[in-house]
Design a protein around this ligand. Sequence first.
Ligand SMILES: Nc1ncnc2c1ncn2[C@@H]1O[C@H](COP(=O)(O)OP(=O)(O)O)[C@@H](O)[C@H]1O
Ligand SMILES: [Mg+2]
Length: 506
Amino acid sequence: MTAPPDPGPDTWLATARARVADTRLGPAAEEIGRVEHVADGIALVSGLPGARLDELLRFDQGQFGYAQVLDEGLIGCVLLDAVDTVAAGDRVRGTGDVVRVPVGPALLGRILDPLGRPIDGLGPLAASETMPVERAAPSIIERDLVTEPVQTGTLVIDTLFALGRGQRELIIGDRATGKSTIAIDTIISQRDSDIICVYVAIGQKSTSVRRAIDAIQQHGAFERCIIVVAEAASSPGLQWIAPFAGASMAEYFRDRGQHALIVFDDLTKHAASHREIALLTRQSPGREAYPGDVFYVHARLLERASKLSKEKGGGSLTALPVAETDAGNLSAYIPTNLISITDGQIVLDGHLFHEGQKPAVDAGASVSRVGGKTQARALRDAADTLRLDYAQFLELEMFTRFGGMPDQRVRDQLTHGARIRAILGQGQHAPARLVEEVALVLALQAGLLDPVPVEAIGGFRLELGALLDRKVPDIVRHVQTSGQLEPGQRERLTETLTRHLRARAP
Ligand SMILES: Nc1ncnc2c1ncn2[C@@H]1O[C@H](COP(=O)(O)OP(=O)(O)O)[C@@H](O)[C@H]1O
Ligand SMILES: [Mg+2]
């Protein structure tokens, strides 16, 4: 043993000596793999026996991929970026970590790719924290019941299929039936709430993504939204990661007692990217050529939506997955999977859409399995009988379509039903406030709309917000903050609406 180094005047020498003494000499093991084959965004890698499932792998020039399949001697690696720059013979190293994304308030108001890299040209993110894209869903004891409403601003949903904070509601329908529009309008509606919104675009055309972003920027509170984009042209790996990455970004807020809403637009395309990856990594195909675990993938993702218990801060994450059907076929593989995972579905119907009933919600096939309990009191009371009245009207209409002269009672019922249908229609990007919805339903049920021509109801709707703000600002404030309409207010509101509609009549 030599004497300890003399600290002396040049302490740096002492430090250096100590570090040298600490350094363990001798061979160190590092695994370096090799790309054997690369095609279609998938690399087969050999020589990394220590790699784990979902581990992030790093290629020669800094490109990343993750280990999707671990076979004996060969790893199926899904490439995440610069897909065409990886070539056979390249070297690969494990990182010992899984795929992570930046999280935090710095992401608000930004447009990101699924790895959290900005694509809006507004410079780098100032986020200091990261979270893995795959996180466990909260356990049963960490959860609370879904009891508070999310105002979607779309009357037909808020009255008939109410959405609650922490709920998962599927939006499903053929292409171009207004699915994205409902999801985007729900985001726009949060301009008046404390809910932070994450919109994940998966496998969509750039023009569709652009339209969605423009709508939110123009009408919504963009500074409280995060947009995650994996376009149709992105690698299947990026498309696959996107919803999971978005969920982690949203969970950051949920875990801090805040409220978040996430839209997955859409999971049919996500399932297709999952199938593509599975086929390319030679997993065995099952029904409709999807691998057997596609149900599990979506269940795992959607289970992350939750309302947390008080002990966990009481935050919530509401999920609106979107699914596309083919010719209205709800019993195809992916739609049935998603219907069984979620707490309800909004079904959009192509025929209704083409007849001009927009939003084209099929009231018979849609359902909210949490629903009524979460609905604001003011609306629950007003909308009580609406569903039944509407269903009866649709049946009656069908029945009387083939002629015959219905008696006065039936004619009245038809008149009233046509007004129900008129108020359930709504233009895009104009979500209603709760108080406007309450007033509309109240006017309908008091029979005030029956003498109004159906074509004039859209106009009444447009002036309603300003009318209420002008005539009954106290009721507006009370309903918006408490979600309740007191009996006295109900009479005053009815009175105001009656007077306005009478003055409006030709
Ligand atoms: N309530 C509505 N009022 C008017 N136009 C609508 C409404 N909902 C959707 N649209 C229009 O219908 C088209 C298809 O809607 P979109 O939401 O993109 O459908 P999907 O996502 O189902 O393919 C768009 O051009 C959109 O502007
Ligand atoms: Mg769409």
